[in-house]
Design a protein around this ligand. Structure first.
Ligand SMILES: Cc1cc2nc3c(=O)[nH]c(=O)nc-3n(C[C@H](O)[C@H](O)[C@H](O)COP(=O)(O)O)c2cc1C
Length: 322
């Protein structure tokens, strides 16, 4: 939780700033980076553990975010699945680890995940969503059950019914990515739908989707009145956004370069088998959200770069985030 902000553009006190889960992006290396540059979210949600009848959910990457969490900030473990018994089994296993609770993924648009009825596919199978939500609620202690959902599969008109189902299971936190599955990650977020969730749900609601600037965050705060903000791509592009939202300064160019260099250093430490090209490819997972802050020529070269020293040289061309 944030304490009193120190200027008028900051968010209210006791307002949660959460890092959005992003597979292959908000990983252990990224957690180390944010700790080193002193820009930590109040809370993390791991990228999803896939829970199926046959698969053990203990995927290495999200698991390390929990057991090696270097930040001292609480972590929710996210599950994506469509089998109630498997989800309960995997929730039980995760509860033995240092997590604050279980988060159900009701938003992942991956065709593979959706084909198995999980992620966003639960938005069009409300009886199953109800069954899973009620079972997890019954299994988890108060305070330990949260959901991250989209506002519909096809269109936002579906959201009131989704909301009814989720509210019936009394989640402790509801995180709403203000887009439909059809929109994937583009198109205008519909914050009005999140406002509806704030009005109807008896739990705190966090808003997610395109919160990439202080102006956007404050606009959401005014219109949606959420209890928290969850930031994904905007955080990767500008991790100092969290500091700005807490009333601090926008990043300097030097700080942005420090961020990229720290990312380069940390990703190198976490590669299973080191190769310069592999190191650069890993970096490109993060840089995909940062290219807008480089001149065209530098972006072109970064996208093709296979030498970490050359990548470090290209970071000198960075601009501060717009
Ligand atoms: C590369 C990538 C991976 C993601 N992985 C997850 C995930 O594992 N679980 C999840 O709930 N959402 C995942 N998301 C969605 C984000 O958490 C977030 O809801 C979405 O990016 C919108 O927020 P933003 O505009 O702040 O990025 C992912 C998004 C991206 C771009």
């Amino acid at each position: 939780m944030n304490e009193q902000p120190d200027n008028s553009s900051a968010l209210p006190s006791r307002f949660v700033l959460a890092a959005a889960p992003m597979q292959d992006v908000t990983d252990l290396a990224f957690m180390h980076v944010l700790a080193r540059i002193h820009c930590l979210p109040d809370v993390w949600v791991t990228p999803y553990f896939r829970s199926t009848r046959t698969t053990c959910a203990m995927a290495e990457q999200p698991l390390r975010c929990i057991v090696e969490n270097p930040t001292g900030r609480p972590v929710w473990a996210q599950l994506a699945g469509s089998s109630t018994s498997s989800l309960l089994r995997d929730a039980e296993a995760l509860l033995r680890l240092p997590i604050v609770g279980i988060n159900l993924n009701v938003g992942c648009p991956s065709p593979l995940v959706n084909r198995h009825g999980a992620g966003a596919a639960l938005l069009r199978n409300l009886p199953l969503l109800r069954e899973i939500s009620q079972a997890l609620r019954a299994h988890l202690s108060p305070g330990m059950w949260s959901v991250k959902c989209r506002i519909g599969w096809e269109c936002a008109d579906e959201f009131p019914r989704v909301l009814d189902v989720l509210c019936d299971s009394n989640p402790d936190i509801l995180i709403v990515h203000a887009r439909t599955r059809k929109q994937l990650y583009a198109g205008e977020p519909c914050y009005a739908a999140v406002r509806l969730a704030v009005q109807r749900a008896s739990c705190p609601v966090w808003v997610n989707g395109d919160i990439h600037s202080v102006e956007r965050a404050l606009g959401c705060l005014r219109t949606v009145r959420p209890a928290g903000l969850m930031v994904g791509r905007g955080l990767v592009r500008n991790p100092y956004l969290l500091r700005q939202l807490r009333g601090g300064a926008a990043p300097t160019l030097k700080e942005m370069q420090l961020y990229y260099m720290t990312l380069l250093e940390e990703t190198g430490c976490f590669l299973q088998r080191y190769s310069p090209a592999g190191h650069c490819n890993r970096m490109k997972k993060y840089l995909a959200f940062c290219y807008a802050d480089f001149p065209e020529r530098a972006e072109y070269e970064l996208r093709r770069c296979s030498n970490p020293s050359e990548m470090a040289r290209l970071f000198r061309f960075a601009r501060t985030p717009a």
